[in-house]
Design a protein around this ligand. Structure first.
Ligand SMILES: [Zn+2]
Length: 211
Protein backbone atom coordinates (compact mmCIF):
# COMPACT_ATOMS: atom_id res chain seq x y z
CA UNK A 1 0.00 0.00 0.00
CA UNK A 2 1.51 3.31 -1.12
CA UNK A 3 -0.37 6.34 0.08
CA UNK A 4 -0.13 10.08 0.46
CA UNK A 5 -2.31 11.78 3.05
CA UNK A 6 -3.44 15.39 2.62
CA UNK A 7 -5.62 17.74 4.63
CA UNK A 8 -5.68 21.08 6.41
CA UNK A 9 -4.34 21.57 9.93
CA UNK A 10 -6.52 19.90 12.51
CA UNK A 11 -7.94 17.36 10.04
CA UNK A 12 -6.34 14.53 12.01
CA UNK A 13 -3.85 13.45 9.35
CA UNK A 14 -1.16 12.40 11.81
CA UNK A 15 -3.58 10.25 13.81
CA UNK A 16 -5.02 8.55 10.73
CA UNK A 17 -1.55 8.00 9.29
CA UNK A 18 -0.55 6.24 12.54
CA UNK A 19 -3.68 4.04 12.42
CA UNK A 20 -2.97 3.15 8.79
CA UNK A 21 0.68 2.42 9.49
CA UNK A 22 -0.38 0.02 12.26
CA UNK A 23 -3.06 -1.70 10.24
CA UNK A 24 -1.00 -2.23 7.09
CA UNK A 25 2.43 -2.59 8.69
CA UNK A 26 3.94 0.26 6.68
CA UNK A 27 5.98 3.26 7.87
CA UNK A 28 4.28 6.61 8.50
CA UNK A 29 6.70 9.07 6.90
CA UNK A 30 6.03 12.61 8.12
CA UNK A 31 8.05 15.30 6.36
CA UNK A 32 9.81 16.58 9.49
CA UNK A 33 10.88 13.05 10.50
CA UNK A 34 12.03 12.40 6.96
CA UNK A 35 14.30 15.46 6.99
CA UNK A 36 15.74 14.42 10.38
CA UNK A 37 16.32 10.94 8.95
CA UNK A 38 18.16 12.44 5.96
CA UNK A 39 20.33 14.57 8.23
CA UNK A 40 21.24 11.48 10.31
CA UNK A 41 22.46 9.72 7.16
CA UNK A 42 25.18 12.37 7.11
CA UNK A 43 25.73 12.19 3.35
CA UNK A 44 25.90 15.08 0.90
CA UNK A 45 22.10 15.19 0.60
CA UNK A 46 21.70 15.19 4.39
CA UNK A 47 24.14 18.05 4.73
CA UNK A 48 22.27 20.10 2.14
CA UNK A 49 18.99 19.51 3.99
CA UNK A 50 20.60 20.39 7.31
CA UNK A 51 21.58 23.84 6.06
CA UNK A 52 17.95 24.68 5.28
CA UNK A 53 16.46 23.11 8.41
CA UNK A 54 18.94 24.80 10.73
CA UNK A 55 18.33 28.16 9.09
CA UNK A 56 14.59 27.61 9.58
CA UNK A 57 14.00 27.83 5.84
CA UNK A 58 11.71 25.74 3.66
CA UNK A 59 13.59 22.90 1.98
CA UNK A 60 13.27 23.47 -1.82
CA UNK A 61 11.05 21.07 -3.80
CA UNK A 62 13.88 19.52 -5.78
CA UNK A 63 15.87 18.67 -2.65
CA UNK A 64 12.75 17.41 -0.88
CA UNK A 65 12.02 15.04 -3.76
CA UNK A 66 15.55 13.64 -3.57
CA UNK A 67 15.07 12.97 0.16
CA UNK A 68 11.73 11.27 -0.54
CA UNK A 69 13.43 9.12 -3.15
CA UNK A 70 16.10 7.94 -0.69
CA UNK A 71 13.61 7.45 2.13
CA UNK A 72 11.30 5.30 -0.01
CA UNK A 73 14.26 3.07 -0.89
CA UNK A 74 14.91 2.27 2.79
CA UNK A 75 14.25 -1.35 3.85
CA UNK A 76 11.25 -0.62 6.05
CA UNK A 77 9.43 0.96 3.07
CA UNK A 78 9.77 -2.05 0.77
CA UNK A 79 6.13 -3.15 1.07
CA UNK A 80 4.61 0.32 1.16
CA UNK A 81 4.45 3.62 2.98
CA UNK A 82 2.29 6.54 3.89
CA UNK A 83 3.62 10.02 3.18
CA UNK A 84 2.30 12.79 5.46
CA UNK A 85 3.13 16.39 4.59
CA UNK A 86 4.36 15.61 1.09
CA UNK A 87 3.43 16.46 -1.62
CA UNK A 88 2.34 19.93 -0.53
CA UNK A 89 2.13 21.52 -3.98
CA UNK A 90 1.76 20.64 -7.66
CA UNK A 91 5.52 20.62 -8.37
CA UNK A 92 6.05 18.07 -5.60
CA UNK A 93 3.14 15.91 -6.81
CA UNK A 94 4.62 15.86 -10.30
CA UNK A 95 8.03 15.08 -8.82
CA UNK A 96 6.55 12.14 -6.92
CA UNK A 97 4.89 10.86 -10.06
CA UNK A 98 8.21 10.94 -11.96
CA UNK A 99 9.89 9.26 -9.03
CA UNK A 100 7.34 6.45 -8.95
CA UNK A 101 7.73 5.93 -12.68
CA UNK A 102 11.53 5.78 -12.39
CA UNK A 103 11.22 3.15 -9.64
CA UNK A 104 8.65 1.17 -11.66
CA UNK A 105 6.01 1.61 -8.95
CA UNK A 106 2.68 3.34 -8.53
CA UNK A 107 1.02 5.47 -5.92
CA UNK A 108 -2.16 3.62 -4.84
CA UNK A 109 -4.18 6.42 -3.33
CA UNK A 110 -4.12 10.07 -2.38
CA UNK A 111 -6.19 10.29 0.76
CA UNK A 112 -7.67 13.72 1.52
CA UNK A 113 -9.22 14.37 4.91
CA UNK A 114 -11.52 17.38 4.74
CA UNK A 115 -12.68 19.55 7.60
CA UNK A 116 -14.23 23.01 7.38
CA UNK A 117 -12.18 26.00 8.49
CA UNK A 118 -13.98 26.48 11.83
CA UNK A 119 -13.28 22.86 12.82
CA UNK A 120 -9.69 23.27 11.74
CA UNK A 121 -9.28 26.35 13.92
CA UNK A 122 -11.08 24.92 16.94
CA UNK A 123 -9.08 21.72 16.91
CA UNK A 124 -5.75 23.39 16.32
CA UNK A 125 -6.13 26.25 18.77
CA UNK A 126 -7.42 23.91 21.46
CA UNK A 127 -4.30 21.76 21.27
CA UNK A 128 -2.19 21.39 24.38
CA UNK A 129 1.12 19.66 24.69
CA UNK A 130 3.27 18.37 27.57
CA UNK A 131 6.38 20.52 27.89
CA UNK A 132 8.34 17.52 29.08
CA UNK A 133 7.41 14.48 26.97
CA UNK A 134 5.41 15.97 24.07
CA UNK A 135 2.18 14.07 24.84
CA UNK A 136 -0.76 15.88 23.20
CA UNK A 137 -4.09 16.88 24.71
CA UNK A 138 -6.95 19.20 23.85
CA UNK A 139 -9.07 21.70 25.74
CA UNK A 140 -11.94 19.28 25.25
CA UNK A 141 -9.84 16.26 26.29
CA UNK A 142 -7.59 17.50 29.11
CA UNK A 143 -5.34 15.30 31.25
CA UNK A 144 -6.94 13.80 34.38
CA UNK A 145 -5.34 16.30 36.80
CA UNK A 146 -5.43 20.00 36.14
CA UNK A 147 -3.05 20.29 33.16
CA UNK A 148 -0.52 17.87 34.58
CA UNK A 149 0.60 15.25 32.05
CA UNK A 150 -0.97 11.79 32.60
CA UNK A 151 2.13 10.16 31.26
CA UNK A 152 5.01 11.96 32.99
CA UNK A 153 3.62 14.61 35.36
CA UNK A 154 5.00 17.46 33.21
CA UNK A 155 3.22 20.76 32.65
CA UNK A 156 0.66 20.78 29.81
CA UNK A 157 0.60 24.07 27.87
CA UNK A 158 -0.67 25.63 24.63
CA UNK A 159 1.62 25.29 21.64
CA UNK A 160 3.30 28.62 21.10
CA UNK A 161 3.17 28.34 17.29
CA UNK A 162 -0.59 27.82 17.26
CA UNK A 163 -1.84 31.41 17.38
CA UNK A 164 -4.96 32.12 15.38
CA UNK A 165 -3.02 34.27 12.90
CA UNK A 166 -0.44 31.57 12.15
CA UNK A 167 -3.10 28.88 11.82
CA UNK A 168 -5.10 31.04 9.41
CA UNK A 169 -1.94 31.71 7.42
CA UNK A 170 -1.18 27.98 7.19
CA UNK A 171 -4.77 27.27 6.11
CA UNK A 172 -4.46 29.89 3.40
CA UNK A 173 -1.27 28.23 2.13
CA UNK A 174 -3.03 24.87 2.19
CA UNK A 175 -5.97 26.18 0.14
CA UNK A 176 -3.69 27.88 -2.37
CA UNK A 177 -0.98 25.27 -2.81
CA UNK A 178 -2.10 21.87 -1.55
CA UNK A 179 -5.84 21.76 -2.17
CA UNK A 180 -5.43 21.91 -5.98
CA UNK A 181 -3.88 18.43 -5.67
CA UNK A 182 -7.41 17.09 -5.19
CA UNK A 183 -8.12 17.78 -8.86
CA UNK A 184 -4.72 16.43 -9.83
CA UNK A 185 -5.38 13.08 -8.13
CA UNK A 186 -9.06 12.98 -9.09
CA UNK A 187 -8.06 13.20 -12.78
CA UNK A 188 -5.71 10.27 -12.23
CA UNK A 189 -8.35 8.16 -10.50
CA UNK A 190 -6.42 8.06 -7.24
CA UNK A 191 -8.37 10.41 -5.00
CA UNK A 192 -10.05 9.15 -1.83
CA UNK A 193 -11.79 12.02 -0.07
CA UNK A 194 -13.05 11.52 3.47
CA UNK A 195 -15.01 13.80 5.79
CA UNK A 196 -12.81 14.32 8.84
CA UNK A 197 -15.36 15.91 11.18
CA UNK A 198 -16.35 12.64 12.90
CA UNK A 199 -14.43 10.87 15.68
CA UNK A 200 -10.98 9.50 14.78
CA UNK A 201 -12.32 5.92 14.93
CA UNK A 202 -15.22 6.70 12.56
CA UNK A 203 -12.95 8.55 10.15
CA UNK A 204 -10.60 5.57 10.15
CA UNK A 205 -13.46 3.18 9.34
CA UNK A 206 -14.44 5.34 6.36
CA UNK A 207 -10.87 5.40 5.11
CA UNK A 208 -10.42 1.64 5.36
CA UNK A 209 -13.77 1.10 3.61
CA UNK A 210 -12.65 3.46 0.83
CA UNK A 211 -9.30 1.78 0.34
ZN1 LIG B 1 4.37 14.36 29.68
Amino acid sequence: MRLVILGPQGAGKGTQAEYLADKYGIPHIATGDMFRWAIRQGDELGRAVKDYVEAGRLVPDELTIRVVSERLDADDAASGWILDGFPRNLAQAEGLERLMRSKGRELDRALVIDVPEDVSLRRTLGRRVCENCGATYHEDRPPRNDWVCDRCGGRVVARSDDSEATVRERLRTYHEQTEPLKDYYRERGRLLEVDGTASPEEVFERIVAGL
